[in-house]
Write a protein that binds this ligand. Structure first.
Ligand code: ATP
Ligand code: MG
Length: 295
């Protein structure tokens, strides 16, 4: 078996800051692989390099054996890598259905002339998009919201819609940047079910960034811990959580002057994004040491 994704000595520097420093790992087909680490560890930056938003300073990424580091984001999406964002990125003034249809556009094979005259190829493509989107709506239980504007939806539902937008691209690899952030206990548990179903029922490989160690332990096959751009430990969730360097990185980041972390939102009907990630399920010493650092 060959790895689906390979990250090879990946580094990126912003001015004098080494945001990601010589990071290597591979992801096997149908694996759930998680990146953990304190704020500013470089997790989202790795996602941005895999999905083509940032070009690495050195090192490279291969997907199904082909180097992808030089490709544009839309080309990488077309190869089968879809993502969600740390801060939800949706068209707020469009319906759930319209947002999900956008996700399929990277797989269009018709040109603008065919689209203009709505040729049979365009019609076939459009029907196929809609079938896929209907499947995703059913899979994620979004029927009730399909014609509603995203802007009016509870935060927890918007998170699921964003997951749906990524799934509508029928990816081989799904990148989830903090899927549980801002969700309450029940919503986080539900997110865990979706991730398990995505792996088992859809056969999609998942790379996840997550601060909630309960969720990480539950769904991950392997975990990589990072700190200040460097690799700390790679292994099972248990191995990584008990690794002395990982414990030290989290405890070292703790600051007694920081304000106490607010309790997780109740009821899941808040419509505004959260200030930070939930710490409610964090293992002792492995919670999110501070707010901020969103990118
Ligand atoms: N475009 C950029 N320009 C300059 N610095 C950047 C840029 N993107 C990220 N950084 C810096 O790189 C470091 C890693 O940031 P990154 O967003 O990857 O952290 P993270 O692990 O995702 O943290 P968090 O858990 O807070 O989301 C931070 O110091 C951040 O300020
Ligand atoms: Mg991040």
């Amino acid at each position: 078996m060959k790895p689906l994704l390979q990250v090879e000595r990946l580094s990126i520097q912003f001015g004098g800051l080494k945001a990601v420093d010589n990071v290597s790992f591979e992801i096997w087909p149908n694996e759930v692989f998680s990146l953990i680490g304190p704020n500013g560890a470089g997790k989202t930056t790795i996602f941005n390099m895999i999905s083509g938003l940032y070009s690495p300073t050195s090192g490279f990424v291969t997907f199904e054996g082909e180097k992808i580091s030089h490709l544009a984001p839309y080309e990488i999406a077309r190869l089968g890598i879809a993502r969600t964002f740390q801060n939800i990125e949706l068209f707020e003034h469009a319906t759930v259905m319209q947002n999900l249809l956008v996700g399929r556009h990277c797989h269009r094979h018709t040109n603008w002339l065919q689209d203009l005259f709505f040729t049979p190829a365009t019609r076939r493509g459009e029907l196929q998009f809609r079938r896929t989107v209907e499947e995703v709506i059913e899979f994620l239980d979004l029927q009730h919201y399909r014609d509603q504007m995203v802007a009016g939806l509870p935060y927890g539902v918007r998170k699921v819609v964003e997951l749906g937008r990524a799934l509508a691209m029928r990816p081989k690899l799904l990148l989830l940047d903090e899927p549980s952030s801002g969700l309450n206990v029940e919503e986080t548990e539900e997110m865990g079910f979706w991730i398990e179903d995505i792996k088992h029922d859809l056969g999609i490989t998942v790379l996840m960034v997550e601060h909630d160690m309960g969720l990480v332990s539950r769904v991950s096959d392997r975990v990589l811990a990072l700190n200040q751009g460097e690799m700390l430990a790679l292994g099972t969730s248990e191995e990584v959580q008990s690794h002395p360097d990982v414990v030290e990185a989290y405890l070292g980041g703790a600051d007694e002057d920081l304000p106490p972390t607010p309790p997780p939102a109740e009821g899941g009907d808040g419509s505004s994004p959260p200030a930070g990630s939930s710490m409610s399920h964090a293992a002792p010493g492995l919670g999110r040491p501070g707010a901020g650092g969103e990118s």
